[in-house]
Design a protein around this ligand. Sequence first.
Ligand SMILES: C[S@@+](CC[C@H](N)C(=O)[O-])C[C@H]1O[C@@H](n2cnc3c(N)ncnc32)[C@H](O)[C@@H]1O
Length: 271
Amino acid sequence: MKPEFQRRVQRYGWDKAVDYYEPSWKRQLKPAQDKLLKMLTLKKGEKVLETAAGTGLVTTRIAKAVGTEGEVVATDLSDEMIERTRSRAKEQDITNVKFHRMDAESLEFEKESFDAAINSFGLMYVPDPVKALQEMNRVLKPGGRAGVAVWGKRKNCGWNEVFSIVDERVASDVCPLFFQQGTGDTLKKSLQRAGFTNISVDRFQVPLYYEDDETALMAVFSGGPVALAYRKFDEKTVEAVHREYLESIKPYRNEKGYHIPGEFVVAKGFK
Ligand SMILES: C[S@@+](CC[C@H](N)C(=O)[O-])C[C@H]1O[C@@H](n2cnc3c(N)ncnc32)[C@H](O)[C@@H]1O
C-alpha cells in the first residue's frame, strides 16, 4: 500500500472510531499502558512528547505524572482523536498539555526538545515504524528515553482474523504491518536502528474480555483501524463479516462472555 494512502485510511478510519474506541479498548489496553508508564518512571517537571495519543488515555496520566511544572505535547494523525484528548484533559482540569494533529513520521518539533517520548499502540499503523522511532529519537534530549507499546505476535492475538476477513473484501490490506513490530525481536531491532541504546523489552499475555457478541464485534469493526472500510460495507457484507469473525473467536467463548488471548510488547530505550 502506498504510504500516503495508508495515512489517509488511518486518519479517516480513526476519526470514525473515536466514539467506540474507549468502550472497546480502554480496559483491555490498560495493563500494557500501566507497564509502559511504570517503565518510563516520569518525573515532575519533565517535558514529554506523545505520538499517536488517540483519545488521551495515556496523555492525562503523563500530565499528572509530570505535574504542572512539566508539560505534555500530545499528537495524533486524526483530528477527532486530538479533539477527544483535548476535551478529556479539560474535563479533568488538566492544563499542562498541548495538542497537535501531526504525523508520527514527521514531527514538527526542534531536535532535543523532550525528556521522554511515548507511543502507545500507534506504531502498528504508520507506514514506516523505524522512521517514527527515529523522529522520537531526534526530538529527545541526549539521555532522554522513549517508551513504546505494540500488540504481540499474530498467533498470540486471538482476534487477528478480523484483518483477513476485512481484507478479503477491500482493494488493499487495511493494516499490512499490524503484527510486524510485536513479532520476535523486531521492536528491539527497530529501536536500535532508530538510534536507541540500553533497550529493555517486556512481552506478556493478557486475555481481552468482552461480555457478549455485540461488544466483541464493536471492538474490532467499529473501534479500530478497519472502521473506515467497515462503514462502507452493505448490510449483507456486514452480516457476513460478523458471522465469520464470531466463528473465529468461538473457541474463546463461555457462559461469562469472551476471553480472547492478547499479547503485548512494551519497550524502553535511551538516546
Ligand atoms: C490504537 S490507537 C492508540 C491510542 C492511544 N495511544 C492509546 O494507547 O490508547 C492508535 C492511534 O494511532 C493514530 N495514528 C495512526 N497512524 C498515525 C500516524 N501516522 N501518525 C500519528 N498517529 C497515527 C490513530 O489516529 C489512533 O488514534
